[in-house]
Design a protein around this ligand. Structure first.
Ligand code: PEP
Ligand code: MN
Length: 340
C-alpha cells in the first residue's frame, strides 16, 4: 500500500513529475506539498492495491509511506501544510483567528439584525444563528425553519456578514447552502454518515462539531467522510464532551483535543466555549485557553436579551459583554501570532 511519496532533498523537477505521472496513470489524484527541504506527494483514493515497490524504484524517491488509520485525507501526514479555507469575505485557519458569534436560534429579524450589527462592530467576522434546532426535548422550540433561513438571508445582505447555520437532514442541504456561507453539522449529528456524505458534495465549507461522546479518532473519521466526497473545506469544532462532573458545567470542554487535532490534522480547529461550558461567565477564560492551545477560531453565543432567549440564554453573552470579551482575548491572540 502506498499513500505518501517523500522525494529526496535533491530530487529534480523531472523526477517529481515522473512520480506524479505514474500516480495519475494509475487513475489517482494527488496532493502536492512543496517544503523547503522535501517534496511530499499524497495519493488520493483507495490505495490498498498499489504496491509501494512501484514507487520505491523511481529515481528521486526517498520513502514510501502507508497510512493505516481510517482518516487519510484529514491527517497531517498526508497534507503537512495547514488548510486555509478561502471564502469571499475572509480566510479561515493559518495565521487568522476567526470569531463567529450570534444567537443560538434565529428568533426574529429584529433580534438577528440587532445582534449582527452590534457583534460586527466589536469584530465578529461571521454571524451564527440556528434555524433547524435539534433540541433535547421534542417539546422545546425547534427553530423557525425556512422562515429563519429567509431572515438569515436578509440580515446577511443588510450587514454583509457571512452566515453559518446548522443543517439537520440531507434534504435541507441545498436550500440551506443557497444562503449559508458555511454549513454546520451539530454534535448530535456528527455520526450521521448520510448527512456527512451529503454536505461533502456541497461547495460550501462545513463546520463539523464533535459529538459529546466521540473520541478524537471518531471525530477525524467523520471529517474524512466529508473530505472523501470532495469537499476539502472542513472546520473541526470542539464543543465539550460528557464527563462525570456536571455539577458545575454543562459539558467538559476538551482543550487537549485542540492541541491533539492541530498535530494530527491540517484542518482548522475551532472551539465553542458557550456549549462547552454552558456558562456565560466561563466563556472568556475558556476562550483565552482555547487560543493558547492553538485554536483557529471561536464560536460564541450572543443574544440581545439572554433572559428572553428561546434557547441557551443562560450561556449567551449580551452584545456589551461580547465587546468586552473581544478586548480581553486580544492579547492572547497577539501572543499566539493570530490576526483578527
Ligand atoms: C449550536 O451550535 O447551536 C448547537 C446546537 O451546538 P451543538 O451541536 O454543539 O450542541
Ligand atoms: Mn445553543
Amino acid at each position: 500500500m502506498a499513500d505518501i511519496i517523500i522525494m529526496g532533498s535533491g530530487a529534480t523537477e523531472k523526477q517529481i513529475s515522473t512520480v506524479i505521472k505514474k500516480i495519475k496513470g494509475l487513475g489517482f489524484d494527488i496532493n502536492l506539498s512543496r517544503g523547503t527541504e522535501k517534496t511530499i506527494i499524497g495519493i488520493i483514493g483507495d490505495t490498498r492495491d498499489i504496491s509501494d515497490e512501484v514507487f520505491k524504484i523511481l529515481p528521486g524517491v526517498a520513502q514510501v509511506i502507508s497510512i493505516l488509520k481510517g482518516y487519510k485525507l484529514a491527517s497531517r501526514e498526508f497534507h503537512p501544510q495547514d488548510t486555509v479555507i478561502k471564502t469571499d469575505a475572509l480566510d479561515i485557519g493559518g495565521d487568522s483567528l476567526t470569531i463567529i458569534a450570534g444567537p443560538c436560534s434565529v428568533e426574529s429579524k429584529k433580534q438577528l439584525l440587532n445582534t449582527a450589527e452590534r457583534i460586527r462592530k466589536s469584530g465578529a467576522r461571521i454571524l451564527r444563528g440556528g434555524v433547524f434546532k435539534p433540541r433535547t426535548s421534542p417539546y422545546s422550540f425547534s427553530g423557525l425553519g425556512l422562515e429563519g433561513l429567509q431572515i438569515l438571508k436578509e440580515v446577511k445582505e443588510k450587514t454583509g456578514m457571512p452566515v453559518v447555520t446548522e443543517v439537520l437532514s440531507p434534504e435541507d442541504v441545498d436550500r440551506t447552502a443557497a444562503i449559508a456561507d458555511i454549513l454546520q453539522i451539530g454534535a448530535r449529528n456528527m455520526f450521521n454518515y448520510r448527512l456527512l456524505q451529503r454536505v461533502g458534495k456541497s461547495s460550501r465549507p462545513v463546520l463539523l462539531k464533535r459529538s459529546f461522546s466521540a473520541t478524537i479518532s471518531e471525530f477525524l473519521n467523520c471529517a474524512e467522510y466529508i473530505l472523501k466526497e470532495g469537499n476539502k473545506n472542513v472546520i473541526l469544532c470542539e464543543r465539550g464532551i460528557r464527563s462525570f462532573d456536571s455539577d458545575f458545567t454543562r459539558n467538559t470542554l476538551d482543550l487537549t483535543a485542540v492541541a491533539v487535532l492541530k498535530k494530527e490534522s491540517h484542518l482548522p480547529v475551532f472551539v465553542d466555549p458557550s456549549h462547552g461550558t454552558g456558562r456565560r461567565d466561563l466563556v472568556t477564560p475558556m476562550s483565552k485557553a482555547a487560543i493558547a492551545a492553538g485554536a483557529d477560531g471561536l464560536m460564541i453565543e450572543v443574544h440581545p436579551k439572554p433572559e428572553e432567549a428561546l434557547s441557551d440564554g443562560f450561556q449567551s453573552l449580551t452584545p456589551e459583554m461580547f465587546a468586552e470579551f473581544m478586548d480581553e482575548i486580544k492579547p492572547v491572540a497577539r501572543v499566539m501570532n493570530k490576526k483578527f
